[in-house]
Design a protein around this ligand. Structure first.
Ligand SMILES: Nc1nc2c(c(=O)[nH]1)N[C@H]1C(S)=C(S)[C@@H](COP(=O)(O)OP(=O)(O)OC[C@H]3O[C@@H](n4cnc5c(=O)[nH]c(N)nc54)[C@H](O)[C@@H]3O)O[C@H]1N2
Ligand SMILES: Nc1nc2c(c(=O)[nH]1)N[C@H]1C(S)=C(S)[C@@H](COP(=O)(O)OP(=O)(O)OC[C@H]3O[C@@H](n4cnc5c(=O)[nH]c(N)nc54)[C@H](O)[C@@H]3O)O[C@H]1N2
Ligand code: SF4
Ligand SMILES: [Mo]
Length: 738
């Protein structure tokens, strides 16, 4: 393999095209990483339509982390206080299969759980569904997308009758107003932001609104920044709707012809007067009015959102309330307009297509739907009734299942829950109780490895071939261009091998990823995410493709144009074909601040780092960009607590504590503090954001409210306190701003 390979960046859901070439050109010195591995050269793929050659620092430096600190061989141990010993695949697989068979017989299939990830390729996801939901007959497969995209999924399904972001990146350059809510796009979706920001700068009449309690890098670029109190998004959105209604700026024809349930919504928004909304959100009535005016004056509004909206105990309601505004103004199904959920992980979209949550089945199907189950049982060659009609355990229910002893086997792959789950103390205690945990990861050590009985080495991006789908529904083939280290195998290969050993030889008779993908695309035929026209061969020959891409459309000249946007005919996937308005009042935070825990803690990401640092923590350039965790505190709060820059602050919630050096800044609103989510126990002492967070979740999407919990702040290293004194400290009630 000497030529360059086109592939996709394996980090965020923007899905930038990369071109990767071998480390050494003939006669030139080989660039090596700090562990002596040759480093591949990476540049942006100019021909990739989503990114047009652009990359951010994460994509540009990915090659520096792919060979370091890898898990190379299967390892096992009988209990968590023993050392791991290296074993053959044969021995590891035998142990797993025996345990699965025993648990199936003694506790039933529903005692087996798998927890996967939006960092799987679609092939990995699909085979995991077939194994768990089809062959084993339990829907206990959930993924870290539960912590990420599930509110967007349920919002789209409830409003439109199906999941799937209806927009595309060309809309970034065709809009009159970009409405960014709960997204720090500049740091988390940098190439989406670059495209948008460049366009806004060239067209001064195009407006950018940012709704975020923090003054983020994204907010710096905005025409209007609404620094709302955490958890007041629904108030704001209903307040904008109230003004649009008052001004008569609604699309009555669209509402009449293409939607349902408008009267209920119209009644709800009556209550959201500008005075009330401004007061609740902590913004001025003038700013609220400006936001509403931008909606009114813009022919095309493109709203974008991410975790500030989804990670909420009313996440689905927030998503639907954003969609309401689009329905009310007819801003959907046309260039430059629509409700655009920015996906987090590189293949969270593929995960949704493959049915990778406990209530879903492949091809945008639902476990609750008897016809959907029957279709898959037939496609998979399984007896009728093989697929359970019960929703499986979601991410948090896996934790509570460990607590109650109902989970007998836990198989975790491509995620690091010992850092990323809410209420870490409880999560870790539950993981400690697991009778048998299989952990399948690319790197070693990670925090979760400490809780495993079996470690399986996974081949990662660059070492396995498969597809990923980005936020604009564009599917890119990621071809392998180097060998996996040691004995690492692709996730789907491991699942398929276990399937065969459990007796499902026909169901897992695959020898290459291209065969897996061929079967998967068949399963999507005639579904909203129809990809029956796609194959590895076509993606290799023709480059990345957007879905829908039904086989029947192949060869038609307008195929690509038609796939750009969904709902251009204003026909939705609901039973009556209409998009449904939702009528939600705001409920606010699940754990609002109070005199004992007077601050709202929010948390999120930094530009250079990726999640739990398994890759970016090992890249020098990025470590230098963001060397340490910190806590952002507003100068007013810092003054009242006598905290100076760089003073250590202990943060306590009802569940746990952490400590950070202070960064005193007006970028965070008074009453709110911010910490990055990245540093787990292996990377810093007691700087885990999730030691503090709680698992209260949205009733529809079951997505936990990771974005907000109530905390107290205790200064540790100034003149007034020692650490010991702080242990007895009773924090003086501070002003509560929510
Ligand atoms: N650099 C980098 N990029 C990434 C990732 C990464 O780890 N690092 N991860 C990827 C993944 S998986 C994801 S999910 C995305 C996440 O992308 P984002 O959602 O953009 O990232 P976050 O920083 O988690 O949160 C976004 C913002 O939500 C705001 N927020 C908090 N509470 C509220 C609220 O109540 N209302 C509103 N309106 N806003 C609120 C926070 O202040 C924060 O600025 O990023 C993806 N891209
Ligand atoms: N407080 C707080 N907590 C959060 C969030 C937040 O905003 N705030 N965000 C939540 C969100 S949106 C997300 S997406 C999660 C992310 O949280 P995690 O999923 O826990 O984070 P990662 O560090 O991306 O973990 C991915 C793991 O997969 C491994 N890996 C990479 N490629 C492969 C592969 O091909 N196969 C296998 N088997 N392993 C592979 C990596 O080595 C790494 O260990 O965190 C959630 N938790
Ligand atoms: S924007 Fe996202 S997909 Fe693009 S290079 Fe950066 S991390 Fe990779
Ligand atoms: Mo995410």
């Amino acid at each position: 393999m000497t030529d360059s390979t086109k592939t996709l960046c394996p980090y965020c859901g923007v899905g930038c095209g990369l071109e990767v070439s071998p480390p050494a050109a003939a006669g030139k010195a080989t660039n090596r990483d700090s562990q002596g591995n040759p480093v591949w050269k990476v540049r942006g793929d100019k021909a990739h339509p989503s990114s047009q050659g652009m990359v951010c620092v994460k994509g540009a430096t990915i090659a520096e982390a792919i060979a370091k600190s890898r898990l190379r061989y299967p390892m096992v141990r009988d209990s968590l206080n023993e050392e791991f010993r290296q074993v053959s695949w044969e021995e590891a697989l035998e142990k797993i299969v025996n345990r699965i068979q025993t648990v199936r017989l003694t506790q039933g299939a529903d005692a087996i759980c798998m927890y996967g990830s939006g960092q799987f390729q679609t092939e990995d996801y699909y085979i995991a569904q077939k194994l768990m939901k089809g062959c084993l007959g339990t829907n206990n497969f959930d993924a870290n997308s539960r912590l990420c995209m599930s509110s967007a999924v349920s919002g789209y399904i409830q409003s439109f009758g199906a999941d799937g972001p209806p927009c595309c990146y060309e809309d970034l350059e065709q809009t009159d107003c970009a409405f960014l809510i709960g997204t720090n796009t500049a740091e988390c979706h940098p190439i989406v932001f670059n495209r948008l920001n460049k366009y806004c700068k060239q067209n001064r009449n195009v407006k950018m609104v940012v709704v975020d309690p923090r003054y983020t890098t994204t907010a710096e670029a905005a025409d209007l920044h609404l620094a709302i109190h955490p958890g007041t998004d629904i108030d704001l959105l209903n307040g904008i709707a109230h003004l649009l209604m008052r001004w008569g700026c609604i699309d009555l024809d669209f509402i009449e012809d293409c939607t349902s349930n408008f009267p209920a919504y119209a009644e709800v928004i009556q209550d959201y007067t500008p005075e009330m909304v401004a007061q609740k959100c902590g913004i001025s009535a003038a700013d609220l009015e400006t936001a509403a005016r931008y909606w009114k004056e813009s022919k095309r509004v493109l709203s974008m959102w991410s975790m500030g909206v989804n990670q909420s105990s009313e996440g689905t309601a927030k998503v639907r309330t954003i969609i309401n505004l689009h329905l009310m103004t007819g801003q959907i199904g046309k260039p430059g307009a629509g409700p655009f959920s920015l996906t987090g992980q590189p293949n969270a979209m593929g995960g949704r297509e493959a049915g990778g949550l406990a209530h879903l089945l492949p091809g945008y199907r639902s476990v609750k739907n008897p016809q959907h189950r029957a279709e898959l049982e037939q496609l998979w060659g399984l007896p009728t009734g093989s697929i359970s009609s019960e929703t499986g355990r979601n991410t948090w229910e896996i934790i509570t299942g460990l607590e109650s002893g109902e989970v007998g086997v836990l198989w975790i792959a491509a995620t690091n829950p010992a850092v990323s789950m809410p209420d870490l103390e409880r999560t870790k205690a539950a993981l400690l109780r697991s009778p048998f945990t299989i952990y399948q990861d690319a790197y070693y050590p990670t925090e979760t490895a400490a809780y495993a009985h079996v470690l399986l080495p996974a081949a990662q991006w660059s070492e396995k071939t498969g597809v990923m789908t980005n936020s604009e529904r564009r599917v890119t083939l990621c071809s392998a261009f180097r060998q996996p280290p040691g004995e690492a195998k692709a996730d789907w290969e491991i699942f398929a091998e276990v399937g065969r050993r459990l007796g499902f030889t026909e169901q897992f008779a695959f020898s290459a990823a291209t065969q897996v993908y061929a079967e998967f695309t068949k399963v999507t035929r005639d579904r909203p995410c129809d990809m029956s026209g796609l194959s590895h061969e076509r993606l290799r020959a023709e480059g990345p493709q957007q879905w829908p891409c039904p086989e029947s459309e192949l060869g038609k000249s307008d195929r690509h144009e038609k796939a750009k946007r969904l709902y251009t005919d204003f026909k939705f996937h609901t039973p009556d074909g209409r998009a449904k308005f939702a009528a939600y009042h705001s409920r606010g935070l699940a754990e609002p601040p109070d005199p004992q825990y007077p601050y709202v803690l929010t948390n999120g990401r930094l530009y250079g780092h990726w999640h739990t640092l398994t890759r970016t923590g090992r890249i020098d350039k990025i470590q230098q960009m963001h060397p340490n965790p910190f806590i952002e505190i507003h100068p007013r709060d810092a003054a009242s607590l006598k905290i100076n820059n760089d003073d250590w602050v202990e943060v306590r919630s009802r569940r746990g504590k952490a400590k950070f050096p202070a960064k005193v800044t007006k970028a965070i609103a008074p009453g709110t503090v911010f910490v990055p989510m990245h540093w787990g126990a292996l990377w810093a002492e007691q700087a885990e954001a999730n030691a503090l967070t709680h698992p209260e979740s949205c009733p529809d999407s079951k997505q936990p409210e990771l974005k907000a919990c109530a905390v107290q702040l205790i200064p540790l290293s100034n003149n007034f306190f020692s650490y010991q004194e702080a242990e007895q400290y009773d924090p003086a009630p501070s002003p509560i701003s929510v």
